[in-house]
Design a protein around this ligand. Structure first.
Ligand SMILES: N[C@@H](CCC(=O)N[C@@H](CS)C(=O)NCC(=O)O)C(=O)O
Length: 203
């Protein structure tokens, strides 16, 4: 089994944090995104979408999509449960993970990919106006998230979950996208400091 990884890129980082929370170590192979190695024929044969991460099992089966890879390991190693333990927890975690992906992480990705000079060969064409259009939507979502985090330890409830991993990676991805969390969003900043202090955050 081998995990095709992408250094500082946010989606592979979600998978690495998840594995670290589970205490799972895997052989990693770095795909150099800066050198566009994801577009090489060898990697495109593994993932035709030319994105990382990708997990290749010993029988050659390929699993892509960071959350699909996380679900695979959750099924194999249920503890600690990061997708929930009962119907309500599973639904709440799924709800928050999807909200974070669709209304926050993806939007930060649009800002980064459409405004950063380093992305001009990966995001063709870059549309700077699309980057600008997403900025107020991100602020709107993180303001909502800040209100939700009032009196709550973690995004989807009382326990750390995959939703916190998506949230942590999305907030950290704001930095290269040249976005900042406003100081008045104190609940979000408190939560971010707490999840950043977990050993897995440096994975
Ligand atoms: N939905 C996929 C997204 C994967 C993705 O976009 N990965 C980025 C790195 S964070 C990538 O490989 N980008 C390469 C490119 O755009 O050419 C997932 O969750 O894994």
């Amino acid at each position: 089994m081998k995990l095709y990884d992408g250094g500082r890129a946010p989606n592979p980082r979600r998978t690495r944090i998840f594995l670290a929370e589970k205490g799972i170590t895997l052989p990693l192979e770095q795909v150099d995104l800066g050198a566009l190695q994801q577009k090489s024929p060898a990697y495109a044969a593994i993932n035709p979408l030319q994105r990382v991460p990708a997990l290749v099992l010993d029988d050659g089966t390929v699993i892509t999509e960071s959350i699909a890879i996380c679900r695979y390991f959750e099924a194999l190693h249920p503890e600690p449960a990061l997708f929930g333990r009962n119907a309500m927890e599973i639904a709440r975690i799924e709800m928050w993970n999807r909200r974070l992906e669709l209304h926050f992480f993806l939007l930060v990705s649009h800002v980064f990919r459409n405004s950063h000079p380093a992305m001009k060969e990966m995001e063709v064409p870059q549309v700077p106006a699309w980057a600008e259009a997403n900025k107020p939507r991100i602020l709107e979502f993180i303001t909502l998230l800040d209100a939700e985090l009032k009196g709550r330890g973690f995004i989807a409830g009382d326990a750390f979950s995959v939703a916190d991993i998506t949230g942590l990676v999305a907030v950290d991805f704001m930095k290269p996208a040249k976005l900042v969390v406003p100081d008045e969003l104190g609940n979000l900043k408190r939560w971010h400091a707490a999840v950043s202090a977990r050993p897995s955050a440096s994975a």
